[in-house]
Write a new protein. Structure first.
Length: 390
């Protein structure tokens, strides 16, 4: 009996210790602290020390072509080690396909690196090509269960939960229309792939936003950056798109909303394959985005973070590497993620760059009365821009 009681007491003590250790840390506060609202309390001082010495106009380099080469290399340096390319090409596998209204949808798997294969959708219009093409880049949304399926209607071979989730997401952010299918119906080859951590490139344990930053931190232990891998894959995916016989490699664009917009202007800045880019609801300056001025601070975390890049270039400076390409930026005045003053500053910076190169007519920036979304009218604007420039 004494042994049983001792064992029971040990069990109770263990449970109490576990409860104490596992108690929510938010309930434990100290009088002194150094971080609040996801930022260091000295955020304003950090912002004041950001001088962006590599930005066009700040850099001592006055030849624009030379500046682009040096500044682009600085971005790649901050992206750390790239994934090694596959030794034997893309090794494409067609997993399923179906004919739709004026185009055929394919689900494929391609080897974009020696490390991994990437699931993707490709839409090919009916008729004789080659056609113009668009790399359609999916959003973040703190929703990692689906990726490419946010932009292209899932094929019937997908699980019913994936199809239902994609339809609900499209209704929530895109007014019920899949951007990729919309473009394919108008004669564009469309490509969309899962970014690392989304869709079929997610976690075995299930999609959880709160695990993204931990995994990104672990990836940095290998000397690589998870967000950079997303951009490297976007570049490689565009190269694959250009290799398709149905595609006119001289007419490739990219588009996206939210994180997809960030990916679109990053890709436009870093890939010469991209001739035209459109970005819906992702542009701002660091001094506004990362300050305590507003009720909400940046919480994208590692999803758009290259180590040390802000010490050289701000967001609009990086986007300016796309100059003189035609670029369309739309943000929402009711978008709580991006303060309007920061959006307006970024737009002004980019206009200054394009105008300095005699290409002011190639950049269009618009602030719409809308929240963080890509409604039908924005998708019509995207199509209009591509029809004009592709």
């Amino acid at each position: 009996m004494k042994t049983i009681l001792n064992d029971a007491l040990k069990t109770v003590c263990a449970l109490m210790l576990c409860m104490a250790v596992c108690a929510p840390l938010s309930a434990q506060k100290r009088d002194k602290y150094e971080f609040m609202r996801n930022l260091p309390v000295y955020a304003d001082s950090l912002i004041a020390d950001l001088t962006y010495p590599m930005a066009w106009g700040n850099s001592p380099i006055t030849d624009f072509a030379e500046w682009k080469q040096v500044a682009r290399q600085k971005v790649f340096d901050c992206m750390l080690t790239p994934p090694p390319p596959a030794a034997d090409g893309y090794d494409v596998k067609i997993l399923c396909e179906e004919h739709r209204d004026g185009y055929t949808a394919h689900k494929i798997e391609i080897r974009l690196s020696r490390y991994y294969t990437v699931p993707a959708y490709v839409l090919i219009p009916d008729g004789k090509g080659p056609f113009p093409a668009v790399n359609v880049l999916h959003d973040h949304g703190a929703h990692l269960f689906i990726g490419k399926e946010k932009m292209i209607r899932p094929l019937a071979c997908e699980d019913s939960t994936v199809i239902k989730d994609a339809e609900e997401w499209a209704a929530q952010l895109y007014e019920g229309q899949f951007v990729g299918d919309y473009l394919a119906r108008h004669g564009y080859v469309v490509f969309s792939a899962d970014a690392p951590m989304w869709g079929e490139r997610g976690q075995k344990e299930g999609a959880r936003r709160d695990r993204y930053d931990m995994i990104a931190g672990n990836m940095m232990m290998y000397g690589i950056d998870l967000s950079a891998y997303m951009t490297y894959d976007d570049i490689a995916g565009t190269e694959f798109l250009a290799s398709l016989p149905e595609v006119d490699a001289s007419r490739i664009g990219c588009t996206g909303c939210s994180m997809g917009a960030y990916r679109a202007w990053m890709l436009s800045a870093l890939s010469d394959r991209i001739k035209v880019g459109t970005a819906i609801c992702w542009m701002v300056t660091t001094d506004e985005q990362m300050s305590f001025k507003y009720s909400r601070t940046e919480n994208g975390g590692f999803a758009n973070c290259f180590p040390g890049l802000r010490r050289w270039l701000d967001y609009p400076h990086v986007a300016s590497l796309a100059c003189p390409k035609p670029m369309l930026f739309i943000n929402g005045s009711q978008d709580k993620l991006f303060p309007v003053p920061g959006v307006e500053k970024a737009f002004k910076t980019m206009h200054g760059t394009w105008e300095s190169q005699g290409a002011g007519s190639n950049i269009e920036t618009e602030l719409w009365d809308m929240p963080h979304s890509c409604p039908l009218k924005a998708q019509e604007r995207i199509l209009e821009f591509f029809q004009k420039h592709l």
